[in-house]
Design a protein around this ligand. Structure first.
Ligand SMILES: *Cc1c(COP(=O)(O)O)cnc(C)c1O
Length: 371
């Protein structure tokens, strides 16, 4: 059954919650044998030495898989704290870190602890659609704050909105998805102050932080304990298939996560692979400079063709300026073997930066479509 036919036509006997009756499953099309530039993955495969290290680590304990994993993933959290401290000159410990199966699970656990019926969350759209999706699933009211025509948050107005709405959760994605635009650090601090004034948590989704030059919001936590930074290994670490996300926060936030997480949620295999990935961060992130350079090359080529890419601090580009409907242009790319993303913003489409070869294929298709 397709998503369309499923939503709204559930059988009578199924006691599905009313809030979910209009929902369809989240997800972009997964199509084989095309150039996949639609989910912002890192296009680089794992270096062989990292693959070997993962296999070695896993084979060293595979005989113990009859046992539950470390419920609190302490070793992994220590390593994540070291990683963040090294790049942001902070002094976090495992007590400041929580890890889960992708940052999406982190987001869900946050909603379970701090959202729910009678509570409100606010986000600034267009942004990551999983935030309002989980709000809906957890019965949290979702208030839509706005962005300007360049998809930036107007900080003064946004802070005022937070003070008026008095939510318990404020979501800021920076660099933002789907626009790729960052929120300047000073604006984040303004928003953090507003969130603190109404006793909200401010959740900063930094899934793409490693592609940006902006200072991380983790440096706000010591002054604003209600700031929670959500990060992932799915993008910069080229580790999307393993499913590891984490948050950096005041220890009290982490304690609340422990109350709402499922026991043994993070498998021993996941923890071991992720530990190796953190130890190998330099190797896994070797390709980031190239991705950033390719991003600028692609952006320049789009501009030359008369299209309008937004300046991106991420590993993807949102662009407009084409003639025709978004879905037609999306299809025109797919007809040429290139899968990009229709994010539901009329007049815009998004694509991820691929390998140089993939990017050339993208550009060849673009030139055909633009001419
Ligand atoms: C890709 C992405 C995530 C990552 O989700 P994972 O569950 O960690 O793979 C989180 N937030 C945003 C804004 C993203 O674009």
């Amino acid at each position: 059954m397709s998503d369309e036919t499923r939503s709204g036509s559930w059988p009578q006997w199924l006691p599905l919650r009313a809030a979910l009756r209009a929902s369809s499953p989240y997800g972009a099309p997964q199509i084989k044998d095309v150039v996949q530039l639609n989910t912002n993955e890192n296009p680089n495969q794992l270096p062989e030495v990292v693959r070997d290290r993962i296999m070695d680590r896993i084979s060293s304990f595979v005989h113990d898989l009859n046992r539950y994993p470390d419920r609190d993933a302490l070793t992994l959290r220590e390593k994540l704290a070291e990683y963040i401290n090294a790049i942001s000159e902070t002094s976090f410990t495992s007590a400041n870190i929580w890890a889960a199966n992708g940052s999406n699970e982190i987001l869900q656990t946050l909603f379970l602890a701090f959202g729910g019926s009678g509570r409100t969350a606010i986000g600034f759209t267009p942004s990551y659609s999983v935030h309002p999706m989980i709000a809906n699933i957890t019965g949290t009211s979702w208030i839509v704050g706005s962005r300007d025509s360049q998809f930036s948050i107007e900080a003064k107005g946004a802070a005022q909105g937070v003070r008026e709405v008095k939510p318990t959760l404020v979501f800021v994605t920076t660099p933002n998805n789907p626009s790729g635009t960052p929120t300047p650090f000073a604006d984040l601090e303004d928003l953090a102050r507003a969130a603190g004034d109404v006793r909200a948590l401010m959740v900063v989704d930094e899934a793409y932080a490693e592609f940006s030059d902006e200072k991380s919001a983790v440096t706000l936590i010591c002054r604003y304990p209600h700031v929670v930074v959500v990060r992932t290994m799915s993008k910069a670490f080229a580790f999307a298939g393993v499913r590891v996300g984490y948050l950096v926060a005041h220890p009290s936030v982490v304690d609340a996560m422990l109350v709402t997480r499922l026991p043994y949620h993070l498998s021993a295999l996941t923890q071991a692979a992720a530990e190796v990935a953190i130890e190998s961060a330099d190797l896994l992130q070797e390709g980031l400079d190239e991705i950033r350079l390719e991003r600028e090359r692609l952006s320049a080529a789009l501009t030359l063709a008369g299209w309008k890419p937004l300046p991106s601090s991420s590993n993807f580009i949102l662009f407009g300026g084409f003639e025709g409907k978004s879905e037609e242009i999306w299809q025109a790319f797919l007809d040429r073997g290139i899968l990009i993303r229709d994010v539901g913003l009329e007049g815009y489409l998004r694509f991820s930066v691929g390998t140089p070869v993939e990017n050339d294929q993208f550009l060849a298709a673009m030139h055909e479509i633009a001419s």
